[in-house]
Design a protein around this ligand. Structure first.
Ligand code: ATP
Ligand code: MG
Length: 456
């Protein structure tokens, strides 16, 4: 069941050495799920692993000798080989003070977080080593701490979040005692570094059932540690355009959005500004005027705090900023082209915007008859217009800057940008005007100060 190149390493280490696959790879192999890497554990000390692997002609990198880890390259893939170890005391709720090598496989498995992550599979054949009932929990679809969850969550504050993350990725329940231990360990969880939190939240959001993970964050109180801006969404009632409150709507949009970083984070954050902008008018109608702008601010503050990448922040901002615009089939072509320009300026492909919009619609919980036809017609319209590749920026104008300067008989300056913007507006209104001749005529007219379009 294991990857054949691992046998080469097993041979290099010698027949007496123990070499087992551990952790996520075992879990995912048993589930028949794809996994990115093979983590191995051995009874040999790291220096010995290095020596023997090198002697057999394998490339080895001493990546974490103090933790007992070396990386061996097998068929161009890095494989981590870690000496069986146990963790020393945890003093800061984040990582052990020390690790101790020279222990047995059972102790190594006992330090691991959940039973489904605490199994080992010998390389080259042999029975699964499963001291904590991981296989039974896989069958029962349960995330259960190894040992006493209160103690395990006191050692390392990341584990409660990992429980929610695995629940979202695998669609599993968290075992009762494991889940019940989380609320009393929030002060430990609070100390975890934001980067590690982001990594886990990101995996949670990409999971097969992200809404399950998010519900767990909410019910256990983890939400308030790392995503406090989202708490007011819970129970925030909406209007006749929505069946659910803001939080429930959000969970559905996240689940419906395609599983890629920008879309899932934007789905989580797109309506964060609703609670803070909620008003009820004299007729009893609820409104959220300007919520997009507040959502943008909250999303950026939250993602900055979590040390998300600039690229992710940009894409989330583009999606949130544009989610308040509702193109319809009734729009004129110029308005549709101006919308396409906004997408282009935000580097947001139409298909991604449309996928997000679809998820947002689906998350409202209304009958598809009420919106699906309009959505499809609007999208078909935008797609057809986009397929004609109209100029959406000054770069697409039939006269470039040099030609315009020649026509005007003057050198570059702020006037040039102004002129290009006016020409683009004219071309957005009527793309057939984008020929050198017609643009030249328009330039002369504009330079003579003869057209009102300069004020647009
Ligand atoms: P993924 O598929 O996301 O890589 P994984 O289970 O392999 O999931 P890793 O973070 O790669 O997760 O960790 C590898 C293994 O190390 C885990 O399966 C688990 O046995 C152990 N482990 C990781 N983090 C912790 C932790 N915070 N506490 C205890 N054990 C942990
Ligand atoms: Mg892993």
């Amino acid at each position: 069941m294991t990857w054949p190149p691992l046998l080469r390493l097993k041979e290099a280490l010698g027949p007496a050495a123990e070499l087992v696959v551990v952790g996520g790879a075992v879990r995912d192999e048993l589930l028949g799920r794809p996994h990115a890497d093979w983590d191995l554990a051995t009874d040999l000390l790291p220096e010995v692993v290095m020596g023997r692997a090198r002697a057999a002609g394998l490339k080895v990198i001493p990546t974490g000798l103090q933790h007992g880890t070396v990386t061996v390259i097998l068929e161009d893939r890095p494989v981590e080989v870690t000496t069986f170890r146990t963790d020393g005391d945890y003093r800061d709720g984040r990582r052990p003070e020390s690790v101790r090598l020279g222990v047995g496989l059972h102790e190594d498995l006992a330090r691991r977080d959940f039973t489904i992550n605490a199994m080992a599979l010998p390389v080259g054949g042999g029975d699964l080593v499963d001291p904590f009932g991981g296989q039974a929990d896989l069958a029962a679809r349960l995330i259960r701490a190894v040992g006493d969850p209160l103690q395990r969550f006191a050692e390392d504050g990341l584990r409660p979040l990992r429980a929610c993350r695995f629940a979202a990725q695998l669609g599993f329940e968290v075992a009762a005692a494991t889940g019940a231990a989380i609320p009393s360990r929030l002060e430990v969880a609070r100390k975890v570094a934001q980067e590690r939190v982001f990594t886990e939240l990101d995996k949670l959001l990409h999971g097969a059932e992200p809404e399950r993970g998010l519900r767990l964050l909410e019910s256990t109180g983890l939400l308030d540690l790392w995503l406090p801006e989202l708490r007011p969404m819970v129970g925030c009632g909406q209007n006749r355009h929505h069946r659910y409150d803001v939080w429930e709507h959000t969970l559905r949009v996240v689940a419906q959005a395609p599983a890629d970083p920008g879309l899932r984070w934007a789905a989580l954050l797109h309506d964060a500004g609703k609670p803070g902008t909620r008003t009820v008018d004299e007729r009893g109608e609820t409104h959220f005027y300007g919520h997009e702008a507040l959502s943008l601010d909250l999303a950026d503050a939250l993602l900055t705090r979590l040390k998300a990448s600039h690229a992710l922040r940009q894409e989330v901002a583009a999606l949130i900023g544009l989610h308040g615009i509702h193109p319809t089939d009734a729009w004129g072509d110029p308005a549709c082209r101006r919308f396409l320009r906004r997408l282009a300026e935000a580097s947001l492909p139409l298909a991604r915007w449309a996928a997000f919009r679809l998820a947002d619609h689906q998350g409202k919980g209304l009958a598809p008859e009420a919106w699906e036809g309009d959505y499809r017609a609007m999208l078909a319209r935008l797609e057809a217009l986009a397929a004609t590749a109209p100029p959406l920026s000054v770069r697409g104008l039939a006269l470039d800057g040099a030609a315009l300067m020649k026509l005007a008989g003057k050198g570059g300056g702020p006037w040039l940008g102004d002129l290009q913007r006016q020409l683009l507006e004219a071309v957005l209104d009527d793309p057939t005007a984008n020929t050198p001749e017609r643009l030249a005529a328009l330039v002369l007219q504009l330079l003579a100060g003869g057209s009102g379009s300069a004020e647009r």
